[in-house]
Design a protein around this ligand. Sequence first.
Ligand SMILES: [Zn+2]
Ligand SMILES: [Zn+2]
Length: 137
Amino acid sequence: MVDFQGAKLSLGHVVQLWVKAFRQSLLLLVQKSSQPKVPNPTPAVLAKSSADVKESSPPPKKIVDINQPQTCKNNGCGKVFKEIENHESACSYHPGPAVFHDRVRGWKCCDIYVKEFDEFMTIPPCKKGWHNADPVP
Ligand SMILES: [Zn+2]
Ligand SMILES: [Zn+2]
């Protein structure tokens, strides 16, 4: 009787252990299969979307910071400047107008005319003034 009960108990115990082990292995399988799927795609998607936002946000900039580099539109200048560094003699330029004839090009403002375009580009600016980033109307 004692042996039989012991055998019965131990058999039930073994079955219980087996069921536990089976459940644990199932849980492990679920965790293993679900773990890589959830954390990986989410950061990638977030990083992509935030990058897209960063790329698409800069173009519409109308408010100009005084520390914002701007390109001077004055003839013969074309330098990049910051408004905070701009002053009445910061810019060397030709007030113009530029003159283009058949074989001659130059500046009416300083009355210098040359034949080659390269020469024209190197004519020293004749006037100093403020850098101007706004397109000439
Ligand atoms: Zn000039
Ligand atoms: Zn300038």
